[in-house]
Design a binder for this molecule. Structure first.
Ligand SMILES: [Zn+2]
Length: 117
């Protein structure tokens, strides 16, 4: 019995033209034989796997961006209170009992806040 080998039904690009694939067809699909490189189900499976991996990376990036945005919003929300809290502390300072540890800490906190400002 003689085994006949069929050429791959795929096309390759050889600049500047497209021409038939040089390999023998080993995988059937749609009534034609294909090499492993041009077999349409294999190509689609590889493409879907690549897309799935890309999608995982994309979802991770989107999730990270949302976490960063949430952190930024939280920091902005706290920063918006900064000036108001500082002026309230300064206004309250004369009415606090002097030379207590708590008041000394308030004085230090005000000094540090004004350095940061
Ligand atoms: Zn081929």
């Amino acid at each position: 019995m003689m085994i006949t080998k069929t050429k791959c039904a795929g096309r390759k690009f050889k600049f500047p033209y497209e021409c038939p694939c040089d390999h023998y067809g080993t995988l059937p699909h749609d009534g034609r034989m294909w090499c492993a490189k041009h077999h349409p189900p294999t190509i689609n499976a590889k493409r879907e796997e690549k897309h799935r991996k890309w999608l995982l990376g994309y979802d991770a990036k989107v999730a990270q961006r949302e976490r960063d945005d949430a952190d930024t919003r939280e920091r902005d929300r706290k920063a918006a209170c900064f000036d108001e809290m500082l002026s309230a502390l300064k206004a309250a300072l004369p009415f606090l009992p002097s030379h207590t540890r708590a008041v000394d800490q308030v004085v230090i906190a005000i000094a540090r806040a004004e350095e940061v400002k």
